[in-house]
Design a protein around this ligand. Structure first.
Ligand code: NAD
Length: 324
């Protein structure tokens, strides 16, 4: 990629504060001369029958074609007859691995200052299978489906990620003590998540592999929600889909209470953009932007209200650009 041959990436600014923080990303990327050309898509105001949602088929196609995208928060309109926007993206683009880095920001004091953890969560089955039904009145059932194919796929991605990012250890997080078949440890005849992880681990002898029960993992990481959905620990994530599609997004919502007021903190979407750049192997650009964000927050002169400051989105963004 170069200025003359930029990489096309799909941008969903999203709703609420989305357009404001997306502007901040565009400004910072521009200042740092990142060779990316954005193809912007907005959520529509009527259901596209081809996707059964407010996202058009064309916008999904744009992600497939470009292979890479950045997504702001989307507010799913309340009403019947359409799918959740995030679910549409996940299903239509086959986004199977949800990658959530979580690390301490230098210069911004929190309870632990040496956090450096990446959660990779299988996103298409297990509790997310979406297979629920009523057995009889008053009794409902939700199916947790685990397949060998999806387990191997996410395990392969986890080890690939570890190797590509110079990390030394992969831990398989499970509840096999209770869910013996799905998370499975004991019956070798079924295609359990565990056996798949072990199978992949054998191909990566240079990476330490361990198995940790989810309860213990929670104790160690203070994860508040079942199986790795902890928006307050990691504010940014990237979804990896079939054929290597990467869709990075901020974890937070559209913050309707502060939308349009120039008050939003663009850090999460900016760091999502940084993840996208790393996926594209634009490591220098990613490092420069990452460092400029860290420096701005650490200095403390320009912080948005959520971090205890009084700067606007534009002032905070300008401070980052000045560091570049
Ligand atoms: P929210 O994250 O939008 O807001 C929670 C609180 O955090 C609010 O007080 C808000 O002002 C604040 N906040 C969030 N992001 C901020 C930022 N970048 N800077 C400063 N303050 C910020 O959560 P919610 O209120 O539960 O949801 C609002 C809407 O967002 C809903 O329509 C929901 O469906 C949608 N949502 C979308 C996503 C997504 O697209 N990934 C995720 C969560 C919620």
């Amino acid at each position: 990629a170069s200025r003359n041959h930029p990489i096309r990436a799909t941008l969903f600014p999203g709703d609420g504060i989305g357009p404001e923080i997306a502007n901040s990303v565009k400004q910072v990327f521009n200042t740092n001369e990142v060779p990316i050309e954005w193809e912007e898509h907005y959520v529509g105001d009527k259901v596209d029958p081809r996707t059964e949602s407010f996202l058009t088929w064309e916008s999904l196609e744009a992600v497939r074609k470009n292979g890479v995208g950045l997504k702001g928060p989307m507010a799913t309109p309340i009403g019947k007859g359409h799918r959740s926007l995030n679910l549409t993206l996940r299903k239509e683009l086959g986004l199977y691995a949800n990658v959530r880095p979580c690390y301490s920001l230098e210069g911004y004091k929190t309870r632990y200052d040496d956090v450096n953890l990446v959660t990779i969560r299988e996103n298409t089955e297990g509790e997310y299978s979406g297979l629920e039904h009523q057995v009889v009145r008053g009794v409902v059932e939700s199916l947790k489906v685990i397949t060998r194919q999806a387990s191997l796929r996410v395990a392969e991605y986890a080890f690939y990620y570890a190797k590509a990012h110079g990390r030394q250890r992969v831990s398989a997080i499970h509840k096999a003590n209770i869910m013996r078949k799905t998370d499975g440890l004991f019956l070798k005849t079924v295609p359990s998540f565990f056996l798949c992880c072990r199978e992949v681990a054998e191909k990566y002898p240079e990476i330490n592999y361990e198995e940790v029960i989810i309860d213990n993992c929670c104790m160690m990481t203070v994860h508040p929600i079942f199986y790795g959905s902890s928006p307050d620990l990691g504010k940014t994530h990237c979804n990896i889909g079939e054929g290597g599609i990467a869709l990075a997004e901020a974890v937070h919502g559209s913050a309707p209470d502060i939308a349009g007021k120039n008050l939003a903190n663009p850090t999460a979407l900016l760091l999502s953009g940084v993840m996208m750049l790393r996926h594209l192997k634009l490591h220098d650009k990613a490092d420069q932007i990452h460092n400029a964000i860290i420096k701005t927050i650490a200095e403390g002169r320009y912080r948005t209200a959520d971090l205890g400051g009084s700067s606007t989105t534009s002032e905070f963004t300008k401070a980052i650009c000045d560091h570049l």
